[in-house]
Design a protein around this ligand. Structure first.
Ligand code: ATR
Length: 286
């Protein structure tokens, strides 16, 4: 690590718990390799302490923070300004602090878009998406896709009502492109056949339940691009089946790295060495 001084620009990660996070290592490695006097520090902050911690950061040499579970929504109320896309998403994962003022952004959607473009050569305009899950990550992804003029977004969630509510919100606030289906709905396979891209945003497939799929196997087809935002394991069962069927596969690690790269750009005004972030992430998750 670089020698720290009072001039070192500090970036925080606010979340709880943070034991699984690799953001600090990714950012600090790039600062080091690019010779930048920055330091990224993770802080486990209880929900009731978020406001006081954030207020304190504004008083000292923090230039920003990343915000993760469970604070992505709560931080919105503490900001001076919010980026319009983050405002529609209703969640912020990156905050820039300039002259004592805070401005919030959401880089999850941008990270997702870049991984789709770099790993599969896909841009959303005119494409049809089937999204499994309807939590915070799905919200950022689906709203970003609608904003990028996706032709159709079908939301499929265990709790059907959440999918209905998000589809309605997208149709009202962005464009009339979204609809909801039930997980076990007859015809799910037809919806899948009609889609260009399948996206898993649920926790199904994570190391704790790695032998499960977010949809019936028959829904995965050769013409699909299949994206899993789960990045541990690197190749989930969903991606493994997709590969077996000849589909194009997009790993979740890309979204993690590119949302971090977008945050890095906001904090520093510079383009990070993405390959350094990738190398660090691979080493830590192997
Ligand atoms: P994140 O911020 O990562 O999106 P989240 O907001 O907790 O996390 O959302 C998790 C999503 O995974 C939800 O859509 C959840 O479905 P419910 O809305 O029904 O809770 C989905 N999910 C979690 N475990 C699941 C499982 N075993 N089967 C299907 N869906 C699951």
């Amino acid at each position: 690590m670089n020698a720290l001084t009072v001039n070192t620009r500090l970036v925080a990660l606010l979340g709880n718990p943070l034991g699984h996070s690799i953001s600090a290592q990714m950012h600090n490695r790039v600062y080091q390799e690019m010779g930048m006097d920055y330091c990224y520090l993770p802080f486990e902050v209880a929900e009731e302490d978020l406001a006081v911690v954030f207020a304190g950061m504004k008083k000292i040499n923090f230039v920003g923070c990343n915000v993760t579970i469970p604070h992505k929504r709560a931080i919105v109320d503490l900001l001076d300004e919010i980026d319009p896309l983050a405002a529609v998403i209703g969640a912020v994962n990156t905050v820039c602090l300039t002259d004592g003022r805070s401005r919030g952004f959401n880089t999850d959607g941008a990270g997702f878009l870049r991984s789709l473009r770099e790993e599969a050569g896909i841009v959303p305009a005119g494409k049809r998406f089937l999204v499994f899950g309807c939590g915070g990550a799905a919200r950022a992804i689906a709203i970003t896709l609608a904003n990028e003029k996706a032709e159709r977004i079908i939301l499929c969630n265990r709790t059907y009502q959440k999918a209905v509510a998000l589809a309605e919100e997208i149709n009202q606030k962005i464009a009339p492109c979204a609809s909801a289906i039930k997980m076990e709905q007859e015809g799910q396979q037809d919806h899948a056949a009609d889609a260009d891209v399948l996206i898993n945003t649920t926790s199904v497939g994570m190391s704790s339940c790695h032998r499960a799929l977010p949809c019936p196997e028959a829904c995965i087809m050769a013409h699909h691009t299949v994206v899993d935002i789960v990045y541990n394991p690197y190749t989930t069962l969903f991606l493994q089946k997709a590969r077996e069927k000849g589909a194009t596969v997009v790993h979740g690690l890309g979204m993690l790295i590119y949302q971090g790269a977008a945050a890095f750009r906001l904090f520093t005004g510079r383009e990070p060495l993405v390959e350094v972030m990738q190398r660090e992430a691979f080493q830590l998750l192997r």
